[in-house]
Design a protein around this ligand. Sequence first.
Ligand SMILES: Nc1ncnc2c1ncn2[C@@H]1O[C@H](COP(=O)(O)OP(=O)(O)O)[C@@H](O)[C@H]1O
Ligand SMILES: [Mg+2]
Length: 333
Amino acid sequence: MTTPAGRPARRDALLLSVRGLKVYFPVRNGSLGSASNSLRAVDDLNFDIAAGETLALVGESGCGKSTTGNAILGLVDRTAGRILLDGREIGGRSREARRPLCRDVQIIFQDPFSALDPRRPVGESVGEALFLQDGLRGAALSRRVGSLLEQVGLPASGAARYPDEFSGGQRQRLVIARALALEPLLIVCDEPTSALDVSIRSQILNLLSDLQERLGLAYLFISHDLLTVRHVADRIAVMYLGHIVEEGPLEQVFEASRHPYTQALLSAIPLPDPKQQRQRRAPPLPGDPPSSIAPPAGCPFVTRCPDAEPQCRRTPPPLTRRADGRKLACFVR
Ligand SMILES: Nc1ncnc2c1ncn2[C@@H]1O[C@H](COP(=O)(O)OP(=O)(O)O)[C@@H](O)[C@H]1O
Ligand SMILES: [Mg+2]
């Protein structure tokens, strides 16, 4: 793929920076929780993604992963924070400020069944942005749509068919083709394989990896499932109650995690060897996360943490870089 002028040509160059991102949703029932009456879905998030890299965002359901992705796409309003793509703020009110959102950043959602209009041939859905944004028509549009389908492993002739003629995995390929149409720099993949049969998940993950290799795409890969993430991530950021609690390279997080929440998530993955499984030391995580409407005053994890000290109940630990390169939000570890 050509690299138009002004795009980060080099892989590993900083592509996306998220700084101090907060997304609070108003809560209607005033009697609930804290005086602020808001649900803190995302609370002061900071992370970077390099060109061509996959950052996985993991954590239990409700911890704010999708809200983070949606905020990057401008699909939910930010309460605070900056989101820079290639050094420029994205998602302002003006048409010009929103332009990168239509082109350079795309999103793939979990459900490939609701993502395609059942009344239109899939080629129209895949090529819609090329038609609307680039003014492609006729044979030029058909050619481009055909080559997009081939890029995701489908025949170009499939363009004339309707969504219900495709399997779930094929539909997710179509959704990916549509996301590729405008040659984005970053794709937010929000649980892209969670709705698919286990047997075809790895095919979709392999496709995403191949496309990344070929096109230099960066991914923000959102998943509640660490095993899925293990196949695709370069780095992992672990979220809990709207915060990142640990972030580091894939191997470091899997082999030498330090945050008690990360360790609890890892210990919930069943081991293939039953003997190893029985000898496991870390117990599974007790209880549920607290409400994002009335989060704990100190560390978000304090109510479930085996190591909590008095300080942890008073002050939220900042996410700081440690000597081994990882980032950790914990006073004790
Ligand atoms: N549009 C919304 N209005 C109000 N609350 C929301 C909205 N979207 C998400 N939430 C809440 O924000 C929190 C984070 O949700 P979400 O980002 O979907 O988590 P995840 O993707 O990690 O499961 C949850 O408590 C959820 O109920
Ligand atoms: Mg989600």
